[in-house]
Design a protein around this ligand. Structure first.
Ligand code: DP6
Length: 349
């Protein structure tokens, strides 16, 4: 027999960024972060997990290619879920798996992203959130999404925020064992549903410096990162939560853009410096800044993760349409400066 579960998890985009760890193995951050979860119809991971007595080892396929599960991150997630596994009974199929059986049974995992992996589009966030959620369902784990977020966090820090829709805060926590380092939903996806997110794919190529090694180098070498984590971000988190509660777009946009720029500034302050944005990314920033200034009030916020792609958050559908028109004008298709593609999606789960 084979027992299977399929789940989908959307990616999330941080508006106050996580950058730097205080514990590399447990993945504990040096600051809180806030993100918005995208609509799974646009950028998501679909994962099927299966268990059968005929499987003789844990195996995983990512985008149809087999990958090694040897890395500590997969093992940590699998171990944490197995430790919480419960009895499962499927009467129709005549299957009965006890809590103890799970320790000796192996799983096969098939995971698929509907967007470029590792191009700075937060694929690991959706990936680990989906892996942990689907395994938890398969093994009948009875924990809420907050507890599951602490397990997904051990796969990839940003993954913990993808367990919830809407705006989500990852609380860095104080405990050494990471038990209080969890994702907390701030407002659900209906709270601010006028927002429209456009992702301008500047390049779908794989990024050169992974987030994991990039943030390690920043923590080791940047003189600015401590000030960011201890002084700037705590203030911004409070202001951002308030802006989200009040649907105050000008404050939201100002904080989002400043935080993205500061994240890239600490990357540049790293030795050797890390450049995630390229000339096209800089031109997108210029285009948004100029338009926002000419309107007198921000229409669009921009934010860039560990890659050159622009995530643009428009205050409403009209602003999103005008933004797209501007992008097409400034980066004409089939020109030297064209973009790879656009993804447009409403924020929701
Ligand atoms: C720039 O979560 O990918 O997207 O925890 O090492 O797996 P690891 O890093 P990851 O880092 C994401 C960094 C970021 C900002 C963010 O999502 O908050």
């Amino acid at each position: 027999w084979v027992l299977m579960v399929t789940a989908q998890a959307p990616t999330n985009i941080a508006v106050i960024k996580y950058w730097g760890k205080r514990d590399e193995n447990l993945i504990l951050a040096i600051n809180d972060s806030i993100s918005v979860t995208l609509d799974p119809a646009h950028l998501c991971t679909t994962t099927t997990v299966a268990v059968s007595p005929s499987f003789n080892q844990d195996r995983m396929w990512l985008n149809r290619k087999e990958i090694s599960l040897a890395g500590g991150r997969y093992q940590n997630c699998l171990r944490e879920i197995r430790a919480r596994a419960r009895d499962v009974e499927d009467e129709k199929k005549g299957i009965k798996i006890t809590k103890k059986d799970w320790q000796n049974l192996h799983v096969h995992i098939d995971s698929y992203n509907n967007f470029p992996t590792a191009a700075g589009l937060a694929s690991s966030a959706a990936g680990f959130a989906c892996l942990v959620f689907s395994l938890a369902k398969l093994m009948n784990v009875q924990e809420d999404n907050g507890r599951l977020s602490a397990i997904a966090r051990q796969g990839s820090g940003s993954a913990c925020r993808s367990l919830f829709g809407g705006f989500v805060k990852w609380v860095m926590g104080k405990e050494e064992n990471g038990s209080d380092s969890v994702a907390v939903p701030l407002v659900d996806e209906k709270h601010w549903d006028e927002l429209v997110i456009i992702i301008a794919v500047v390049s779908s190529r794989q990024k050169e410096t992974s987030s994991t090694s990039g943030m390690r180098e920043t923590v080791e070498t940047s003189a600015l990162i401590e000030h960011r984590a201890k002084v700037v971000v705590p203030k911004r988190i409070i202001q951002m939560e308030e802006a989200i509660q009040n649907r105050d777009f000008p404050t939201f946009a100002q904080l989002t853009c400043s935080d993205s720029n500061q994240f890239h500034a600490v990357c540049m302050d790293t030795s050797p410096p890390i450049f995630y944005m390229n000339d096209t990314s800089h031109r997108v920033i210029g285009c948004v800044e100029k338009w926002n200034r000419s309107e007198g009030t921000p229409q669009v916020a921009y934010t860039f993760d560990a890659g050159p792609n622009a995530v643009l958050i428009a205050r409403n559908r009209k602003a999103a349409t005008l933004m797209l028109q501007r992008l097409l004008f400034h980066f004409p298709p089939n020109s030297d400066t064209d973009l790879d593609s656009y993804v447009i999606g409403d924020k929701s789960i």
